[in-house]
Design a protein around this ligand. Structure first.
Ligand code: AMP
Length: 116
């Protein structure tokens, strides 16, 4: 499935350039843009250009693409912060996923709160 196969998907529209976003990096297969409601000094979403609903489907189909997302996130963390970061894939509504185009939340910059 390609991004153009999901015309109602918000992140497909960002990938296509139909909705503006603060893009901080991109590769052949992924883009990184700032989250509209940041939860950390650096809060960037890293998304594959291809549409997959979540990381489970993505990992099952495209391990190279998944490695590309992680690599792009790692580079952004070094560019915009000090290379230390948290990478989160919310997967499913109960885990807080609200946009069903797989995306990694890259959180960095300063001290991040620990988990309880
Ligand atoms: P999730 O809840 O894990 O699916 O994450 C979706 C994220 O997308 C949230 O952190 C939102 O703040 C973010 N978001 C929603 N719309 C936009 C947008 N137009 N540009 C950038 N980030 C967005």
């Amino acid at each position: 499935m390609t991004s153009t196969d999901s015309p109602d998907c918000l992140f497909c529209k960002i990938v296509a350039g139909d909705i503006p976003a603060d893009v901080v990096a991109s590769s052949d297969t992924a883009i990184a843009f700032r989250d509209i409601a940041p939860k950390a000094p650096v809060h960037v979403l890293v998304v594959p250009k291809e549409h997959y609903p979540d990381v489970s489907a993505f990992a099952a189909t495209d391990t190279e693409g998944l490695a590309g997302v992680i690599g792009l996130a790692d580079g952004v963390a070094s560019e915009l912060a000090d290379g230390q970061y948290r990478l989160i894939f919310n997967t499913g509504p109960k885990a807080g996923q609200s946009v069903f185009h797989v995306h990694a939340h890259l959180l960095a910059g300063g001290e991040l709160p620990g988990f309880a």
